[in-house]
Design a protein around this ligand. Structure first.
Ligand code: NAP
Length: 254
């Protein structure tokens, strides 16, 4: 039987590499994003069957449309990856940008997780990966306040659902991917530069897919980020916020 995966934000970066990885594993892939040319190009490179859906997931009705278009296709893997960030002080970043970020990073992930999870639970199989970020593990991020908060939502929502599924003895698996810096188009959209070496989108995606199929609930691809996460849980929140703010500041200075 054909295995089918749906990947949001497949036109670039991490989503594009996850789509390639799953295609190599024999999945039919359904590729979602706004840029049609990018999705068409990716589809033409893949060896397995694929389909593209052009959608703006910052619009709620588009999230429901995507679900309606694919719900008969027995999808068994959902990758909620589409998202973006913006650097700046909370007072300076335009409200419209942040509301669009909340709609894309939180509301779309929430809607698609809800709709697909119900089907997966009924079928008692399926995998959902919600692409969060190390930003979601840090208890807040000055100069990227809204972005960090959106990713904390994704981490908390996903971990709670994961526990519910375990408690129910379900075969459905959900996980949150929490990478640090990854070399993608994220920075040009967010208006920043990384101060530490970024991992490649392929490395991140390979770790992510391996972790998902190994049924990890929280996937952190880099050991340095794992160490930072552990340290952040031991240190006072005020200190963690100060250090995170300094790191964010450097990203805007270069
Ligand atoms: N790069 C990093 O350092 C990093 C670290 C941790 C987590 N992340 C997370 O990883 C995910 C992927 O980001 P990336 O680094 O791969 O960045 P990217 O190269 O900019 O890719 C972002 C993807 O999201 C899609 N997207 C954005 N807004 C959308 C919308 N309204 N509707 C539909 N699709 C939309 C984009 O497609 P279109 O523009 O074609 O619509 C693109 O395919 C994001 O959730 C990001 O927060 C990134």
């Amino acid at each position: 039987m054909t295995k089918t995966a749906l990947i949001t934000g497949a036109s670039s970066g991490i989503g594009r590499e996850i789509a390639k990885n799953l295609s190599k594993k024999g999945f039919k892939v359904i590729l979602c994003a706004r840029r049609e040319d990018r999705l068409t190009e990716l589809a033409s490179e893949l060896k397995t069957e694929s389909r593209i859906i052009i959608c703006d997931l910052s619009r709620r009705e588009e999230c429901f449309r995507v679900y309606e278009e694919v719900k008969g296709e027995k999808i068994s893997v959902l990758i909620n990856n589409a998202g973006f960030g913006k650097v700046g002080t909370f007072a300076d970043i335009p409200l419209d940008t942040e509301l669009k970020m909340i709609d894309t990073n939180i509301t779309a992930v929430h809607i698609l997780t809800k709709l697909f999870l119900k089907d997966f639970i009924n079928a008692d199989r399926g995998y959902i990966m919600n692409v969060a970020s190390s930003a979601g593990l840090m208890n807040g991020g000055p100069l990227m306040a809204a972005y960090y908060a959106t990713k904390a939502y994704v981490v908390d929502l996903t971990c709670a659902i994961s526990q519910e599924l375990k408690d129910a003895g379900s075969k459905v698996h959900i996980c949150a991917l929490c990478p640090g810096p990854v070399d993608t188009e994220f920075n040009s959209v967010a208006d920043c530069r990384f101060t530490v070496k970024a991992i490649s989108a392929k490395y991140c995606s390979d770790k992510a897919v391996d972790g998902m199929f190994a049924k990890k609930a929280l996937i952190i691809p880099e050991n340095t980020i794992k160490a930072m996460y552990t340290a952040s849980r031991l240190l006072p929140r005020s200190l963690v916020l100060k250090v995170t703010g300094k790191i964010q500041q450097k990203k805007t200075e270069q």
